[in-house]
Write a protein that binds this ligand. Structure first.
Ligand code: CTP
Ligand code: MG
Length: 231
């Protein structure tokens, strides 16, 4: 059995700004999407046999050419994404092979520097029987829930709060069932599984799996890359 990876990469990157869509922005001479695919390919224990990438409409051919050298023996499928992240994941999920896949990863192109250990932990947990698995890190800020007027309603106990990353790993049949629901308001795929009443399991994430969101994140990305390249 093997793993399929869905990479939503169709966002515009409005918070990052710049000319190109975020996944095609370069750090260290390569796009964030190339970094993300290379990272997943390096997770040999995950046994990736298929990548399905959701990209901005019109960039399919450029992306296919760009990624081909990085997928090894795995199959590469490209699809135009949708208006929301959930729409992009759903479009990609339709292209995941029905047979021979026992784990589907959904991984943001913008979390380009996730360590191999995190990817392999997620896949191992799915294979060990958890149908939905998310990598998490502790939150360092105190989090407050506020009302419409900006007033604080409550301060949840921080020790029970985590920040959720990707790749998130799923039993393929569960992910298909979750995406057949109305995805409105869902900011990740695990949330759709929660709506089905399925228990989502957490595993240890990594600070390096941060999401490139704003311009200053590019500096952190460059620093991580330089550190990995031993510069
Ligand atoms: N994404 C997608 N399709 C969308 C929106 C987002 O495939 N319609 C992808 C992005 O390309 C990214 C991931 O989902 O890899 C996480 O989204 P986010 O960080 O919000 O990226 P953007 O939507 O591109 O950025 P912004 O919200 O700043 O415009
Ligand atoms: Mg977005």
């Amino acid at each position: 059995m093997s793993t399929a990876a869905i990479i939503p990469a169709a966002g515009l990157g409005l918070r990052l700004g710049g000319e190109a869509p975020k996944a095609l922005r370069e750090v260290g001479g390569e796009s964030l999407l190339v970094h993300a695919v290379r990272g997943l390919s390096a997770a040999t224990a995950a046994g990736l046999s298929c990548f399905v990438i959701a990209v901005p409409a019109g960039t399919e051919d450029v992306v296919a050419k760009q990624l081909d050298p990085y997928v090894g023996d795995a199959e590469l499928r490209i699809v135009a994404g949708g208006a929301e992240r959930t729409d992009s994941v759903r479009a990609a999920l339709d292209l995941v092979p029905l047979d021979g896949i026992d784990c589907v990863l959904v991984h943001d192109a913008a979390r380009s520097f996730v360590p191999v250990a995190v990817i392999e932990r997620v896949v191992a947990a799915v294979r060990a029987g958890s149908p939905a698995v998310v990598p998490v890190i502790p939150v360092t800020d105190t989090i407050k829930r506020i009302g419409p007027g900006g007033e604080v309603l409550e301060t949840p106990d921080r020790s029970a709060l985590v920040a959720v990353q990707t790749p998130q790993g799923f039993d393929p049949e569960l992910l298909r069932r979750a995406h057949s629901l109305d995805g409105a308001g869902a900011t990740d795929d695990a949330m759709l599984c929660e709506r089905l009443g399925v228990t989502v399991q957490t595993v240890e994430g990594s600070e390096d799996a941060f999401k490139v969101t704003r311009p200053r994140d590019l500096l952190l990305a460059e620093w991580i890359l330089a550190e990995r390249r031993g510069q």
